[in-house]
Design a protein around this ligand. Structure first.
Ligand SMILES: [Zn+2]
Ligand SMILES: [Zn+2]
Length: 331
């Protein structure tokens, strides 16, 4: 098998040829059809998250086809198309796992961080954390971004409140997640206000084309006070900016795994029962709900595809904000 491997932080991924692994008990071996590139991969490669045990193969938005089954695997057959998300394993017995918050498990293993991920021709995944894919979209590259950008976006949208209480929704940072969640929110009858890097009119036009009722610079005041806002951009200064844009009782959801420091701000921005919350990881229930939604409401998934060996280029394009929609590696 071929894999793009992170051997040390702050150095480019290196192509390695390895023996194709055999799945252990409860595991599947997948041939990777596509793996989207997430901002979390960038945080890992750039050393902004605690370094995993290296070497590691990044990538946690994987669409693959089952090639081999480990002992005891039920419910999957050779040739099935499955998705592998960030949540690769949970302990199943901590207080969080037991009360339906497996996203907060005390001993999780994340794909592409603790387990080798999908920047590779093949991947081993725990079957219990794989997602059967029955979406009508034939192209794996257009499904891969649903598996993190879509899923984390979905969890963030739920955290923002239902479509009655969070009807006017701001999205800060218009990348892979926001381009999907704009369509989801619009289908739910919400109004989306899209905020981009200052002067990025191309992305603002992209947001409007996907259903946003307004698009502007991140530091602009929207024409209406928002009911809620989701921050997908990893920029802490947007927290007070978003608080200024939401109404009394409004909520600001931080959707990313890493963010630069939040500057101090006047208490009056938080007062009047505004709140700031974060979203961490996903549960398998989130995944099922979101994939069901995507099946019933096909989403336009905009991708820029790269060969596996172009993983460093894809990461560089994501870092520079050069991608409309999602970057996807197709081995
Ligand atoms: Zn991700
Ligand atoms: Zn647990």
């Amino acid at each position: 098998m071929r894999a793009m491997v992170l051997d040390a932080a702050w150095v480019p991924l290196e192509l390695e040829c390895r023996a194709t692994p055999q799945p252990g008990p409860g595991e599947l071996r997948l041939r990777v059809l596509a793996c989207a590139v997430c901002r979390t991969d960038l945080h890992i490669v750039d050393g902004e998250l605690p370094l995993p045990v290296l070497p590691i193969v990044p990538g946690h938005e994987i669409v693959g086809v089952v090639e081999a089954l480990g002992a005891g695997v039920e419910g999957y057959a050779i040739g099935d198309r499955v998705g592998v998300p960030w949540l690769g394993h949970t302990c199943g017995c901590c207080a969080f796992c037991l009360d339906g918050h497996e996203n907060l498990c005390d001993a999780p293993r994340f794909t592409g961080y603790h387990r080798d991920g999908g920047f590779a021709s093949h991947v081993i995944a725990e079957a219990a954390f794989c997602l059967p894919l029955t979406l009508p979209e034939p192209e794996a590259a257009r499904i891969a971004p649903l598996l993190c950008a879509g899923l984390i976006g979905w969890r963030s949208l739920k955290a923002a409140g239902d479509s009655t209480h969070a009807r006017r929704l701001g999205l800060y940072g218009f990348g892979a997640a926001a381009h999907l969640i704009t369509q989801v929110a619009t289908a739910q009858g919400r109004e989306v206000y899209a905020f981009t890097r200052p002067g990025d009119q191309k992305t603002q036009a992209f947001a409007r084309s996907l259903g946003a009722v307004w698009a502007g610079d991140a530091h602009e005041r929207p024409p209406e006070l928002l009911d809620a806002a989701i921050l997908f951009a990893p920029a802490g200064e947007l927290v007070p900016t978003a608080l200024r844009a939401v109404r009394k009782g409004g909520r600001v959801v931080c959707g990313g795994i890493h963010m630069s420091d939040i500057p101090s701000f006047a208490y009056r921005l938080l007062w009047e029962e505004r709140s700031v919350v974060s979203v961490a990881n996903l549960t398998r229930a989130d995944a099922r709900e979101f994939l069901d939604f995507a099946q019933a409401h096909p989403l336009q998934v905009h991708v820029k595809t790269y060969a596996l060996t172009q993983a460093n280029e894809a990461l560089a394009d994501l870092r520079a904000g050069r991608i409309e929609g999602a970057a996807v590696l197709v081995p």
